[in-house]
Design a binder for this molecule. Structure first.
Ligand code: HEM
Length: 484
């Protein structure tokens, strides 16, 4: 009570238990976890933007308010202890690193996302999209499929080619399976403060599986790194070759980055990058870049299946900008304005990262007088912020891409699927390019239809939360070929 009083934050009306605080509410199924997070986010809206809750003995401010999100994302760059679970996998990789290490890591990978490098990856997106479209030919007209299954192969293949440079299919699917297993268990550990304690987790049935899945992912990346290093050594080019031709993989770019070697940079002993450090960054990019885009593109497809008029309008835009037959070119992408609005509206309603956590390092007093206290955590409830009627009107839950075409100005922090501030998503442009390319390829060849008897065309998908947001129904839809 003292914390709530000092911070001026209303306490959640849900009961807190000794030791667990409100964390016991998150212990049920993945769907239950998401509905609790959404309910607490709505409590914050009712309270004018914030509500206080306890995750174990840690005090958290939950917010669904754009102004609070802006302050937090600008000033609080440290992740909370919950991110320590991510560090088991990614170590000091950019996404999970403590601020002191994060600064140099972020500086090092930023140039890799320059326009020049991103342009180099377009050919990967377009080739992999065409391959996925071919694979789908067998599924068209043959009933219900999970579009996420196909999109996850597309994103992982593209990510592997552009980020790692190479990989084989069997190992890729083992990697994907291991990642799903890791997410399933990691979120249990994040939601249950007792399981965050290693000695307690050791007694849990998922303990072995958790570390096995991490091992599988590490081995996958290490194998690629070691092959690359020995190849380069054999050709005498390791770290000296400044004239490699584009497109390079992110891994090559990182190995040859001029900035590598500074404090926290990627040079291991003897002037070469340590495999462990390369692995950390590659894992961050492969994971942050793969699953998020799969989830985002899958929700777009399912929403389009529900909304035939939106899909037809998008198809017409594709005909106008690209036409029916010619290959998509990189210059087409910025012209697809309606496509961008559809993706944004989908990201608004179904943000793949529905919660962002930050630690407060210094007391901050918000304009409302509420205090964010040093040492406490903040959870930005993106799911509720994106559905907050205060910013999006009484029809906030309705899918309407025109919101992003109208000249109505929204609060700049009412829409933050990629975060914001110095620690925002570094792969935003990569993700948009990849998603636009695959969606344009698929929509020119297929019509998306909802599964039979899926009911209301504006229904909210039932979702679950396991680090990422996912459709509980498994992203099901039907395909009809446009060429018949
Ligand atoms: C639709 C796709 C994507 C979404 C919705 C998304 C979302 C996000 C969000 C919300 C954050 C900030 C998390 C926080 O503040 O706690 C983030 C960080 C990050 N994302 Fe993405 N992301 C996507 C795609 C990508 C891609 C394609 C890459 C790389 C290829 C990537 C790399 C990263 C990295 C490295 C960070 C950490 C940045 C830092 O801490 O400085 N993301 N992403």
């Amino acid at each position: 009570w003292r914390m709530e009083r000092c911070s001026g934050q209303p306490a959640s009306r849900r009961r807190a238990l000794p030791l667990l605080g409100h964390a016991y509410l998150l212990l049920g199924s993945e769907a239950n976890r998401m509905s609790i997070l959404a309910a607490v986010g709505r409590e914050a809206i009712e309270n004018g933007g914030v509500v206080a809750a306890w995750l174990g003995r840690s005090f958290y401010t939950i917010t669904s308010d754009a102004a609070v999100a802006e302050v937090v994302l600008r000033h609080c760059l440290e992740k909370t202890a919950v991110s320590d679970i991510l560090r088991h996998l990614c170590g000091n990789g950019t996404v999970s690193a403590p601020v002191t290490i994060w600064r140099s890591r972020r500086k090092l990978i930023t140039p890799m996302f320059s326009t020049r490098h991103l342009r180099g990856f377009f050919s990967t997106f377009s080739r992999k999209s065409a391959e996925m479209s071919d694979r789908l030919r067998l599924a068209a007209g043959r009933g219900v499929i999970s579009i996420a299954k196909y999109l996850s192969s597309y994103t992982l293949e593209s990510v592997c080619e552009s980020i790692l440079g190479e990989s084989n299919e069997k190992e890729r699917s083992e990697f994907l399976y291991a990642f799903e297993e890791y997410c399933r268990i990691a979120v249990l550990r994040m939601s249950n403060p007792l399981l965050a304690v290693e000695a307690v987790f050791k007694l849990h049935p998922a303990y072995t599986s958790y570390y096995r899945s991490i091992r599988v992912m590490w081995d996958f990346i290490d194998e690629i790194i070691n092959t690359k290093i020995s190849l380069d050594q054999n050709t005498n080019s390791v770290f000296e070759n400044k004239d490699i031709k584009y497109p390079k993989s992110f891994m090559e770019l990182l190995m040859y980055a001029p900035g590598a070697g500074g404090a926290g940079g990627l040079r291991g002993t003897g002037g070469s990058p340590s495999v462990a450090e390369l692995r950390e960054e590659m894992l961050v990019l492969a994971l942050a870049g793969g699953d998020t885009s799969t989830v985002a593109a899958s929700f777009v497809c399912c929403l389009l299946a529900q909304q035939p008029q939106v899909q037809e309008r998008l198809y017409n835009e594709l005909l106008e900008v690209i036409g029916e037959k010619r290959a998509i070119e990189i210059e087409d992408l910025p012209k697809l304005k309606y496509m961008e609005a559809v993706i944004n509206e989908s990201l608004r309603l179904y943000p793949p990262v529905p919660n962002m956590l930050r630690k407060v390092l210094k007391d901050i007093t918000l304009p409302s007088g509420v205090k964010l206290m040093e040492g406490t955590g903040v959870c930005i409830n993106v799911w509720c912020l994106h559905r907050n009627p205060h910013y999006w009107g009484p029809d906030a839950d309705v899918f309407n891409p025109d919101r992003f075409l109208d000249n109505v100005k929204h609060h700049p922090h009412a829409f933050i699927p990629f975060g914001s501030g110095p620690r925002n998503c570094i792969g935003y442009r990569y993700a948009m390019m990849s998603m636009k390319t695959v969606l344009a390829t698929l929509l020119r060849s297929y019509k998306f239809l909802p599964p039979p008897s899926s009911g209301d065309t504006n229904k909210t998908f039932s979702v679950k939360f396991d680090i990422m947001l996912r459709d509980l129904g498994g992203f099901k839809l039907q395909l009809e070929s446009r060429s018949t």
